[in-house]
Structure formats: structure tokens, C-alpha cells
Ligand binder design. Structure first.
Ligand code: FPP
Length: 230
């Protein structure tokens, strides 16, 4: 089996990683953001074409304001700091999620990295920010209706073109930190994804851990609803 085309990661466990080191949760988010940068380049070097990363869910606004502010500031800082590198490495950065409720400086930073990398074509980093999978389906439905497309003939594949980004389905979904659930992340796109729940917290999910994950992916038997040929 080839390496997956679309990998998705739920980057869980930043807070626990920091707590284990007697550090504030925000320290874990900072480490997590550094890990995502490094790991994304490694993942693209393995031939993966799309990496979707869950950065902030619509529900994460319920966290203490101090943590929300920290994360938003981190996004602004990193998008301005990192756009040159993504540009140089020919990686296109896109966003999935609702723009409403995001601060204007966050939107500006998102727009900057999107604009600077829009012509890149080696791979796509899809950052899911203020993202909810159920809202994505509702927002796609609204687009279908306003496009005037005949819903009776709409296929599951065509429907995906109306999502926040027009991306292939997820082949391999990883959630770090040992929680065995999807938490409203790309539910539709993950319909036939292989799912893997490593115990390590996201800041420790490094290149070696990704290699281990890929080995597990290659041992899986993907049948997409059919039966196996003997
Ligand atoms: C979940 O772990 C993690 C998040 C809600 C934030 C993820 C964000 C990053 C890794 C930073 C990404 C940065 C950029 C610049 C794209 P948690 O805090 O819920 O951990 P816990 O379950 O141990 O409490």
C-alpha cells in the first residue's frame, strides 16, 4: 500500500504534557506548535500531499479566556514567523473553519500566510481553526443551496467540493494522547479513514512516532466496504 495522500492529526495532550513537567498548559501549546512545524515538513517528505491539523475547535472558545488568548496570540506570531519557510518549501497553507468570532489580527495573519503560499503546489497544510465538523456540513449545505445545484443528484464526492477546502478524503487519522474519539473533527472526510490513537502527547509525537504510525497504517487492510479477494 502507498503512503497516505491525506493525513489528519488531532493534536491532543499539550496540557497534560506540560502538567507532567510542572509547567503551565500554555507551555504545552507552544511546544505543540513547534512540533507541528517540524513534523509537517517530515510528513510532506514522506510523500503525503495533504496534512490537516486540528488547531482550535469551535468548542475551544469555552476554555478559560487566558488560554484562548494565548492560543490566538500564538497563531498570529507563528503565521507571520513561518510563512516564508512554507513558501520556500513550496507548501500551500489553507484554513478550514468559521471566520466569525476570530479576532481581526488572527484573520489578518491567516490571510497573510494564505496569500503568500497560494501558488505553492508540492503539498497542502490545512489548519483547522475555529473548526467544527458538524458546522462544516451545515455550511457546505448552505453553499449547495445557494449554488442552485440539484440536491437530488448530488453524490457524496460532489458534496465534498462544498467544504471549507476542496481536499481528498482522509486516508489516515491520528489522535495523540490516548483519547479514542473524533471530537467533531472532519467527520465526513474521515468516513473511510484508518484511525490510530497513540498514547503519546502531541509535543512528543515526533518523526519516529510518525514512522511507527505509518508502519501501522501499512499493516491495515483497507476495503472501503468491499470483501477481500482471496
Ligand atoms: C489539545 O490539547 C490542543 C489544542 C486545543 C490546541 C492545539 C494547538 C496547537 C498544537 C498549536 C498549533 C499552532 C499553530 C501555530 C498552528 P489539550 O490542551 O486539550 O491537552 P490536554 O487534553 O492534555 O488538556
Amino acid at each position: 500500500m502507498n503512503n497516505p495522500t491525506h493525513v489528519a492529526i488531532i493534536m491532543d495532550g499539550n496540557g497534560r504534557w506540560a502538567k507532567k513537567r510542572m509547567m503551565p498548559r500554555t507551555f504545552g501549546h507552544k511546544k505543540g506548535s513547534e512540533n507541528l512545524r517540524k513534523l509537517s515538513f517530515y510528513i510532506f517528505d514522506q510523500g503525503v500531499k495533504v496534512l490537516s491539523a486540528f488547531c482550535f475547535s469551535t468548542e475551544n472558545f469555552k476554555r478559560p479566556q487566558e488560554e484562548v488568548d494565548f492560543l490566538m496570540n500564538l497563531f498570529v506570531e507563528k503565521f507571520y514567523q513561518e510563512f516564508e519557510e512554507y513558501k520556500k518549501k513550496n507548501i500551500k497553507v489553507v484554513f478550514s473553519g468559521r471566520r466569525e468570532n476570530l479576532r481581526s489580527d488572527v484573520l489578518d495573519a491567516m490571510d497573510k500566510i494564505t496569500e503568500e503560499t497560494k501558488d505553492n503546489d508540492r503539498a497542502i497544510l490545512n489548519l483547522c481553526l475555529n473548526y467544527g465538523g458538524q458546522y462544516e456540513v451545515i455550511d457546505a449545505m448552505k453553499k449547495v443551496i445557494s449554488s442552485g445545484q440539484n440536491i437530488d443528484c448530488l453524490t457524496p464526492e460532489e458534496f465534498m467540493h462544498f467544504f471549507y477546502q476542496d481536499l481528498p478524503p482522509i486516508d489516515f487519522l491520528i489522535r495523540t494522547s490516548g483519547e479514542n474519539r473524533l471530537s467533531n473533527f472532519m467527520l465526513y472526510q474521515a468516513s473511510y479513514a484508518e484511525i490510530y490513537f497513540p498514547e503519546v502527547h502531541f509535543p512528543d509525537f515526533d518523526e519516529k512516532e510518525f514512522d511507527k504510525a505509518l508502519d501501522i497504517y501499512h499493516k491495515r487492510d483497507r476495503r472501503f466496504g468491499s470483501i477481500k479477494e482471496k
